[in-house]
Design a binder for this molecule. Structure first.
Ligand SMILES: O=P(O)(O)OC[C@H]1O[C@](O)(CO)[C@@H](O)[C@@H]1O
Length: 321
C-alpha cells in the first residue's frame, strides 16, 4: 500500500505557464520579449511545488492531457512530488503570462482547458479517485484549487472531495465565482480552510468590500459559518486572517517582483506547511505570506533558503482588527 500523503493537491485544470518578460506592457504595440520561460502550472501544482520545497510529503492529483504530460512529469520528478494525475485524452492548455518589469505586474491570459464530455468525465472521476484514495490518511490535507475545465461541474468536484474526506482528509478550497459558491453549499461540513482574494470574496458575499474592515467582517462571517481558517489575500496590500473568532490584518513586506503568478499558491502552501508543522493558524498564515513574498521574486515555482523566508516572516506583524 502507498504511504499516506501529508497533502494531496487537486488541480482539475492544470496549465503550462508560458511567461514572456517585457520591459513594459503597452496594449496594441509591438513588443520585443526580454525572456521567456515555461513552467508546469495550475493552482494545485503551484501549491505542490512550494510544499515540496518545504519538505512536505505531497502528491499532485487532477487531470493531465495525455498528449503533452512530459513537462509536468519532469517537474514532479525533479521536485519530489508524487504524480497522482489521471491522464485524459487531449493536450493540457498553455496559459500566457506577460510580466511587465517596469510596473512589477503580470497580465494573465488563461485558456479554458480540455473539454470533458459526460463519458470522459465519468471515467476520469473514478480513475482519479482510484489514484487518490490510497494516498489519504487521517489528517491528510486535500487542496482543491483553480478553475474547472469545460464539462466538469462544481458538484463533480464536491463529490470527489467528499469521498476523500470520508477517508479522513481535511479540505482547503481556493476557487472562484459560481464554483466557490456551489462548493461551499455542497460541502458538509464546511471546508477547513479557504483563501479567496478580495474580488472572489466580494462575488461570494454579493457586495463590494471597499475597506479592510469590510473584508474582515465578511471573512469573520464565513469563519463563524464553520470554516476554521479564512485568509483573504489583498495582493500587494497584505491579507486578512480570520480564525478562532478573531481576525487580523497583516501587511506584505515590499519586495522586488519578478511575477505575481503563483503568489496565492505559495500563500496556501506555506500556511499548510506551517499548520502541518504544528504552528497556530495566525502564525501559519504569516509564514504563508512570507512564502508568497519569496515566491514572487522568482518566475519558477521555487523558494529561497528557509532563513530568507523566516526573515520575511519577521517583517510581517499582524494587527488585530
Ligand atoms: O485555473 P485558473 O484559474 O485558470 O488559473 C490557472 C493559473 O493559475 C496559476 O496556477 C497561478 O495561480 C497558474 O500557474 C495558472 O496559469
Amino acid at each position: 500500500m502507498a504511504d499516506a500523503m501529508q497533502v494531496i493537491t487537486l488541480t482539475p485544470n492544470p496549465a503550462i505557464d508560458h511567461t514572456v518578460t517585457l520591459e513594459r506592457l503597452d496594449p496594441g504595440a509591438v513588443h520585443r520579449a526580454r525572456a521567456e520561460q515555461f513552467e508546469a502550472g495550475g493552482k494545485g501544482i503551484g501549491v505542490a511545488a512550494v510544499l515540496a520545497a518545504l519538505g512536505v510529503r505531497v502528491a499532485a492529483g487532477g487531470w493531465l492531457g495525455a498528449e503533452n504530460p512530459q513537462r509536468f512529469e519532469r517537474s514532479f520528478a525533479q521536485a519530489g512530488i508524487l504524480d497522482a494525475m489521471w491522464r485524459v485524452p487531449g493536450r493540457t492548455r498553455t496559459n500566457i503570462k506577460l510580466a511587465d518589469t517596469t510596473h512589477g505586474e503580470t497580465t494573465d491570459i488563461n485558456l479554458s482547458g480540455i473539454a470533458f464530455d459526460p463519458v470522459l468525465q465519468a471515467g476520469a472521476e473514478q480513475g482519479l479517485l482510484d489514484k487518490l484514495v490510497p494516498l489519504v490518511g487521517p489528517g491528510t490535507w486535500v487542496t482543491l484549487a483553480g478553475s474547472l475545465p469545460p464539462g466538469v461541474t462544481p458538484s463533480d468536484m464536491a463529490r470527489v472531495a467528499t469521498v476523500l474526506r470520508g477517508h479522513g482528509a481535511r479540505l482547503m478550497v481556493d476557487t472562484s465565482g459560481a464554483a466557490l459558491r456551489t462548493l461551499l453549499d455542497a460541502l458538509q461540513p464546511a471546508p477547513d480552510f479557504i483563501k479567496p482574494n478580495r474580488a472572489e470574496l466580494e462575488e461570494l458575499v454579493g457586495k463590494p468590500l471597499p475597506t479592510v474592515a469590510a473584508v474582515a467582517d465578511a471573512a469573520a462571517d464565513l469563519q463563524q459559518g464553520g470554516i476554521a481558517l479564512v485568509i483573504v489575500s489583498l495582493g500587494g496590500e497584505g491579507a486578512v486572517i480570520a480564525s478562532g473568532g478573531a481576525r487580523w490584518f497583516a501587511a506584505t513586506p515590499k519586495v522586488p517582483v519578478a511575477t505575481t503568478v503563483g503568489a496565492g499558491d505559495a500563500l496556501v502552501a506555506g500556511t499548510l506547511g506551517a499548520l502541518i508543522a504544528g504552528r497556530a493558524p495566525l502564525d501559519a498564515a504569516v509564514f504563508g505570506m512570507a512564502c508568497a513574498a519569496a515566491r514572487i521574486q522568482r518566475i519558477a515555482p521555487s523558494l529561497p533558503p528557509l532563513a530568507e523566508i523566516d526573515a520575511l516572516a519577521a517583517q510581517i506583524v499582524p494587527q488585530s482588527i
